[in-house]
Ligand binder design. Structure first.
Ligand code: MSP
Length: 461
């Protein structure tokens, strides 16, 4: 039986989940549901990244121990994914003892492979990125992403010989053996590999205590990014399902996944993931979401007001998955009203009401999905897929307006039955194709078609 191992990034738990995190989990969930419907054995893994300075600092600010702090935060993430109907199979917490043990084992294997050496790192550190920065990367001493002054540090560390893999990784990506999508992101990684000389990376920290102890030198903890990347191999059944068929991540963390991760896997002589897809970044009114700006959009609030399916639909219909997007509540309201309540909701209501009123026998059956949409989903072209589904919805409404079935009813009941069956067949087609995107709505439409217990699918807001 064919398998599909699909992962998302694991989220830092220093802050509450926002729609950027949700966007990624929703997209992955659509794929997981889609492949399951094709009878493929899916392992869908997500989780939380709980170590490092950033988290330790947040715990301190909340006057909690890191362990207590992360546990509380993790339950918020789990709750949000439940609210959004995210059907993951594994949820890896990097503070799980099982994960920690396996990461330590991988580190020992790396050491045995002689790709690790001891040294001292002196330079700058951005806590937001959890990454060392070179002076040339900084803008007036600040991280260009987090706009915060980077600390000057000097610490004893162990290095991983990343530099050794520069040429090999370039070839692997260039040849398509490891696919990076969209193309623009692939080119970004390739041109980085071509222009910059890769430096060895520090994989341990002696200044950071909130982390997994380095097995052969307990004064050090394992660098949080190394700890995090190994989650892809530490979940339940992750090793059996390895290599990952797809890592879904945001564009900001492409180098960790496209360069550091493959290098560690090469050192361990393990197969490489087949594909990495880096989605775009969501902003709010053109601004990065941040606590200090107070513009963080809470997915729970959206789900409470509009329902999980409407939020899932909106995020994937409004933005092309590979591109950046600007979130707007007004656009969500507009799409809720126009696309969901009007186009889809009305189509189902008016057709089923006529079926009921004119006592039409439903013979329409449709177990198929809409052709073309499957490839779009497989290629993570969710917006294109939804555009196609809505074409069917909109043209069905137009056909009804033109055909005026209420007039046919008076003259030709047979023709009416035929026409309404055609429309029901379209509705079933739409419901089937929508299933991975809007699982509850799809189910609800199917039930209403079968029972004719008709009620509005999207109440007017
Ligand atoms: N913990 C690391 C990932 C380790 S994976 C081995 C991390 N965490 S994060 O919480 O900052 O981000 C988690 C995921 O959410 C990343 O893929 C990131 O790109 C994505 N997003 C975070 N903010 C986002 C937006 N504003 N918009 C879209 N995606 C965003 O990075």
């Amino acid at each position: 039986m064919k398998k599909f191992y699909l992962t998302t990034a694991i989220d830092y738990v220093n802050n509450l989940p926002h729609i950027g995190h949700a966007y990624e989990k929703i997209a992955a969930d659509v794929l997981a549901r889609y492949w399951r419907s094709k009878k493929i054995k899916v392992l869908f893994q997500t989780g939380t990244d709980e170590h490092g300075l950033k988290i330790a600092k947040a715990a301190k600010a909340a006057k909690k121990s890191p362990a207590e702090f992360v546990s509380q935060m993790v339950s918020k993430f789990e709750q949000s994914w439940k609210n959004l109907d995210i059907s993951y199979d594994n949820f890896v917490r990097t503070t799980n003892p099982g994960h920690q043990k396996k990461v330590q084992d991988y580190l020992i294997k790396l050491q045995k492979a002689r790709v690790i050496y001891r040294g001292v790192y002196s330079g700058f550190y951005c806590i937001g990125c959890e990454e060392y920065k070179t002076e040339s990367e900084l803008e007036q001493g600040r991280c260009p992403i987090h706009k915060k002054t980077c600390e000057k540090v000097s610490e004893a560390v162990y290095f991983f010989q990343l530099s050794k893999y520069q040429k090999q990784i370039y070839e692997i990506i260039k040849s398509g053996k490891l696919k990076i999508e969209p193309e623009s992101r692939c080119n970004e990684v390739l041109s980085f590999l071509k222009k910059e000389k890769l430096k060895d990376i520090a994989i341990s920290r002696s200044r950071v205590s909130w982390g997994i102890p380095l097995p052969w030198d307990k004064k050090h903890t394992i660098y949080v990014w190394v700890d995090a990347l190994f989650n892809y191999l530490t979940g339940n059944h992750s090793q059996e399902y390895w290599p990952a068929d797809l890592h879904i991540i945001g564009k900001d963390i492409i180098r960790f996944h496209g360069i550091i991760w493959p290098a560690m896997l090469l050192a361990l002589k393990l197969p490489l993931p087949k594909k990495i897809f880096a989605h775009g970044y969501l902003t709010v009114s053109g601004e990065k979401m941040s606590k200090s700006l107070g513009n963080v959009i809470d997915p729970d609030k959206l789900v409470e007001k509009y329902g999980a399916d409407a939020v899932r639909y909106f995020l994937l219909r409004e933005f092309s998955f590979g591109a950046d997007g600007d979130f707007s509540l007004a656009r969500l309201e507009e799409r809720y009203r126009a696309d969901l309540a009007n186009d889809l909701g009305n189509l189902v209501q008016r057709v089923l009401k006529m079926v009921q009123k004119y006592h039409v026998k439903i013979i329409a059956k449709n177990n198929q999905g809409l052709t073309g949409v499957e490839k779009d989903i497989e290629n993570l072209k969710f917006k294109t897929a939804l555009d196609k589904i809505w074409d069917i919805v909109i043209t069905a409404n137009q056909k009804i307006d033109q055909a005026e079935p209420w007039n046919i009813a008076k003259k030709d009941p047979k023709k009416l039955a035929q026409f309404l069956n055609q429309m029901v067949s379209r509705i079933i087609l739409v419901a089937n194709t929508l299933a991975p995107f809007m699982p509850e709505t799809s189910k609800e439409i199917s039930i209403q078609v079968q029972t004719l217990k008709i009620k509005p699918i999207f109440a007017k807001k």
